[in-house]
Design a protein around this ligand. Sequence first.
Ligand code: NAD
Ligand code: UDP
Length: 337
Amino acid sequence: MSILITGGAGYIGSHTCVELIEAGKDIVVIDNYSNSCSESLERVKKITGKDFRYYECDIRDREGLEKVFAENEIEAVIHFAGLKAVGESCQKPWEYYDNNIAGTLVLVDVMRKNGCKKMVFSSSATVYGEENQVPFVETMKTGTTTNPYGTTKLYIENILKDIYNADNEWSIVLLRYFNPVGAHESGLIGEAPSFPNNLMPYVSQVAVGKREFLSIFGDCYNTPDGTGVRDYIHVVDLALGHVKAIDFALPRTGVEIFNLGTGNGVSVIGLVKAFEEANNVSVPYKIVEPRAGDVAYSYANAQKALEILGWKAERDVKKMCEDTWRWQKNNPNGYAN
Ligand code: NAD
Ligand code: UDP
């Protein structure tokens, strides 16, 4: 029996493939490579020394998915596939709703028809919206999302809950990620955005000399140094959270939500300083206008994942910065080398 990983060639997916294989699981991957390439999967094979099947397949392609289910015994799905650029989602909302929501509906339908009713879904802390106060707890009411990307995450959470309500044979785990950063210790896989969206890829591109300076989006938030505070989590810790989540989902039915974060908040300037110190590099920055839709604080209450999954983030900010830098230095053009 195998676990199907959608979007497995991507940043979090590729790291999760490594940890699943190292935990002894059989995996099958699908990806349409809209934001990745198969080289990341070849590197997963190199790191683990294990072979596995992967398919170029879009989650909206019903026939393609049917073929994957026909050729493999899939017992559960970890569903990463999706578009994730907040800014782009405001410009092309239809693409985000089609790819993320319509894609998930096709996937769930093919799963159902093949008797596979176990899913771990990549949600986001963004569903807490602007109304809730940190630390965010899973029992809070979800908030108002500030962009179409966030709305797709909120809608998919609600769709998956409805699917369970209609058919109690489903087992669904909604993982709300905080801010994934870092890379595998080998320096072989990491985040390779064609155009960065998040803070850490910008920091490392400035450090490596690809960009002149970092633009910090506002220093007048009500935080200790005025810059936004986030809960950065090492991608390997996040990947290990998926191993725990799939083991939790397999023998059960129901819907369960877990925050995957460290519970610690770090400011933008705090992260820049940590990166400079950890790697002995300089990251010049300029303060610019705040970015629309940003909140001052976002960090998790990470207690539920500890109590129920027995999972806790172990890697500190220094390690996040060191591993990001190793990946960036070894692969200045991502997988293009
Ligand atoms: P990523 O872009 O690196 O990975 C997503 C993968 O999905 C890519 O390989 C892409 O090619 C693939 N994909 C996209 N649409 C597809 C489709 N229709 N069919 C098949 N494959 C498709 O992103 P990531 O950072 O690894 O994120 C993984 C998941 O986690 C996404 O759903 C994302 O929204 C969610 N998430 C990410 C973050 C973050 O900061 N990175 C935070 C919260 C949630
Ligand atoms: N940020 C920044 N400059 C950048 C990118 C991000 O100052 O080039 C800030 C952003 O305003 C936020 C924090 O860094 O306070 C994390 O942003 P990111 O986009 O990585 O994650 P998110 O906002 O989704 O939590």
